[in-house]
Design a protein around this ligand. Structure first.
Ligand code: DC
Length: 230
């Protein structure tokens, strides 16, 4: 087995809409590191379950679907996110819908589904380094990470950010609906028994409510630089 323990890993965890995806992509590009959008794996699994008519609440059946999947996440040319491939099919647009997000959150509550995705996530740890974003990157998937960040922000501010992003893509839902859906997802992610959304004991917690994305990126990148030179 390849020893990956010396490969530097930066984990960025936190709830949806906190800015972790954008920050993670920017830092991966700045450093020329690999990028893992672990939420996209859960979302791609939800798309696969739909295609195969498997109920998202059936953990064992979902784990079976996961074990047969090849999911890849590649930084896109615009540099603002990644393209998601499910068995070579580009499912980027599908995984970003709110209905897939809700199904992914149900899948994410299953221990069996989480275990099935663990190796796929660890396999992304490659030289010269990895930036991994999600909910349990620092606590469960990469406990050896060089730097663990946990981002938090007020729920209304997160919903507004998400609303802006979705609006730009033609979404016509309302802000109150989005706040409600986000709070429901937060509760499900935080209260679940399997890998609940919590900072690792050695994580640096940053509140991004009043910060621009540039400030978040520069803060994390500076901390990473310090760790790398120590
Ligand atoms: O970050 P996101 O919205 O793309 O995540 C989709 C769902 O997957 C969300 O409900 C949280 C869950 N998830 C998780 O449980 N663990 C991760 N490492 C990443 C995402």
């Amino acid at each position: 087995m390849n020893d990956t323990s010396n490969i530097p890993v930066l984990t960025i965890d936190g709830p949806s809409g906190v800015g972790k995806g954008t920050a993670a992509v920017r830092i991966a590009r700045l450093r020329n590191w690999h990028y893992l959008d672990s939420g996209a794996l859960y979302r791609a699994l939800a798309v696969a379950a739909r295609q195969q008519h498997v109920t998202v609440g059936d953990g064992a059946a979902i784990a079976e679907v996961a074990s047969q999947l090849s999911i890849a996440c590649e930084l896109n040319e615009m540099g603002d996110g990644c393209t998601i491939f499910l068995n070579s099919e580009d499912v980027t647009a599908q995984v970003r819908t709110e209905s897939v997000a809700a199904e992914a959150s149900v899948i994410a509550a299953s221990r069996e589904a989480r275990a099935a995705l663990l190796l796929q996530q660890r396999a992304q740890c490659q030289w010269p380094g990895l930036v991994a974003d999600g909910r349990d990157m620092g606590r469960m998937v990469f406990p050896q990470a060089l730097l663990k960040i946990f981002l938090v922000a007020d729920a209304r501010i997160r919903a507004k950010r998400r609303y802006k992003q979705l609006k730009a893509k033609g979404f016509d839902g309302s802000l109150p609906d989005l706040v409600f859906a986000l709070q429901q997802r937060d509760t499900r992610d935080t209260d679940r028994a399997a890998s609940p959304l919590l900072p690792a004991g050695d994580a640096v917690v940053i509140d991004t409510s009043e910060m621009s994305i540039e400030a978040v990126v520069s803060d994390i990148n500076r901390r990473l630089g310090n760790r790398l030179s120590n």
